[in-house]
Design a protein around this ligand. Sequence first.
Ligand code: NAG
Ligand code: NAG
Ligand code: NAG
Ligand code: NAG
Ligand code: NAG
Ligand code: NAG
Ligand code: NAG
Ligand code: NAG
Length: 504
Amino acid sequence: MTRIVFIITIIVIQHFLSSHTVLSSDQSPFERLFNRFSDFLKDLKNPNDQHERRYHDRLKHYESQLSQTRVWLTISSVVNVTGHDSKDHNRDLLIRALEIHWRRPVPPQPGDYLAIYRTNDSVQIRTFPLIDTKTNRTFPRYYKSDLEFNYQNLTNLNKTDKDDPYENCLQYMVVYVNHHENIESRNCIRMQARWMEQLFERIKDHRLSELMIPGTHDASSYEKYSYDIYELDGILSRFQYTQDESLYNQLAYGIRYMDWRVAVYNQTNHTDSQTFNWIEEYWMVHDMQRNRITLKQAIRQVVKFLTRTTHEIIIIDFHRFVHGFDGENDLQAMRQRLQTFIDIIHQQLGPYLIPYSSKGLPTIGNLIARNQRVLICYAYKFDVRQLPDSIMLWPPVQHLWADTDKLIELESYIQEQICKPSRSFHNTHLLRSMMAELTPTVEGVLFRRYHGLREMAALVNMNYEQWFRYRWSNCTNIVAGDFFLGSDLIDISIDVNRERFQSS
Ligand SMILES: *[C@@H]1O[C@H](CO)[C@@H](O)[C@H](O)[C@H]1NC(C)=O
Ligand SMILES: *[C@@H]1O[C@H](CO)[C@@H](O)[C@H](O)[C@H]1NC(C)=O
Ligand SMILES: *[C@@H]1O[C@H](CO)[C@@H](O)[C@H](O)[C@H]1NC(C)=O
Ligand SMILES: *[C@@H]1O[C@H](CO)[C@@H](O)[C@H](O)[C@H]1NC(C)=O
Ligand SMILES: *[C@@H]1O[C@H](CO)[C@@H](O)[C@H](O)[C@H]1NC(C)=O
Ligand SMILES: *[C@@H]1O[C@H](CO)[C@@H](O)[C@H](O)[C@H]1NC(C)=O
Ligand SMILES: *[C@@H]1O[C@H](CO)[C@@H](O)[C@H](O)[C@H]1NC(C)=O
Ligand SMILES: *[C@@H]1O[C@H](CO)[C@@H](O)[C@H](O)[C@H]1NC(C)=O
């Protein structure tokens, strides 16, 4: 019981600390919580029904406008634990299930089907019919398969470079075969480690603020699924992790924007009980919860990626500073910690950093010519412009954050915000990130409305195709998602940029 009270307390505290912008309000935190709670009670049935109807109407609309059949693969963030035997660890768990999506301008014909091929030996291992022969009805445009997509070793980025993109397929390929046995479309999951290089001629005269950029929300809160962490360890873990790929892998798959949060903790560096020192260590955090890697380790992953590429630009958005940065009454210590923070970044990334300019962002071509490929954005209230090397800090990325657990509200928020011109900061070309995920409420967690962030991510990721490939493709700058392989975000971004910047 004390454990539950403890967890609830943590969640409540965390919730208040994590409100991104405090709107002016006369309500006390308690009143605000109470009002939200009563809203919640009015809404105990599925809050997403209304959204679902619109989703299907729009799907038909966009599908009818396609010029050809499209198929693609994603990886489910939802783990199926039914039938799991907790004594026999990880048996019967379906983790990272391969999901298949298809779209066709006209309905499929009897005899059309989808097939999954294994890439290592080109063996066809699954087929899926598209029409139910008993009723002649078309099956839904989405299958969740029983195949697991492995965690990949992406050390060698050169695998990206084959001329035939299908040679770069990781593990599986999906094809649409029509009733004449012709392949109408095929696709797979692959690294996109050099997509900026491949689009360079098109994008070189433009700025990062003009591109569509795939990103990860809370990028460093990553952890592979394990039954113990998620189901036994309980509630906190299910709401802590937003990704399950390392930072390096995120970049290798094509992510170019990362939302980072840091904190400072005292720890010992002892090797035995006699000789040790207390040192302040900089950790990556998901707000109140510490992640598994330090700031130095996080940056090292970025450096590893940078040294293996030449034209890829990465945006690191230091969005929140928590423990150790909260002591307004000890400004001296604060200044010291911020200086150390700057030093850590500068030591490891020095030559790659893009120096701040009041004229705004240089063009991509100019940056690449100088091999300046890391943009550091700094979103903290303490002005550090007097500190040495602070020239590398840029103004914060504007987060467009709906702060809702309801899809219908997230969608109307995007509709309202995404095409508005950016708020006028003193610098031009401000970057804007659509935080395209749901945020759990305290009440929702307590009443178990959602199992965890993996389930919430799956609900949203289904929509990325409609939102960012079609509806708002003209306005989108950065999109930051959870469990990014659960959507087609990276390929959508690349395609949108190719459309936006036709070769001159
Ligand atoms: C989950 O796995 C069980 C078998 O372990 C299976 O019967 C069930 O259909 C699966 N559910 C989903 C949603 O995949
Ligand atoms: C391809 O991978 C599958 C699954 O890991 C394995 O069973 C099969 O033997 C592999 N085939 C070849 C030719 O390596
Ligand atoms: C399905 O369509 C076929 C040919 O179009 C037709 O022969 C068959 O009777 C239909 N079946 C049903 C259940 O409607
Ligand atoms: C990944 O592959 C590289 C070679 O490409 C190898 O050196 C490394 O040990 C592999 N890592 C793992 C975890 O298997
Ligand atoms: C990748 O290719 C580059 C040149 O394009 C080469 O210098 C590098 O050694 C290659 N790396 C691996 C791991 O093969
Ligand atoms: C521990 O930290 C102190 C002070 O920073 C340093 O001098 C010492 O070498 C460190 N010891 C180890 C084992 O890292
Ligand atoms: C670490 O401990 C020292 C000494 O107790 C204290 O002054 C300092 O504020 C602590 N730092 C953090 C980040 O808690
Ligand atoms: C996006 O921009 C293009 C070119 O300016 C225009 O033709 C198209 O209608 C726009 N699409 C939307 C959804 O606004």
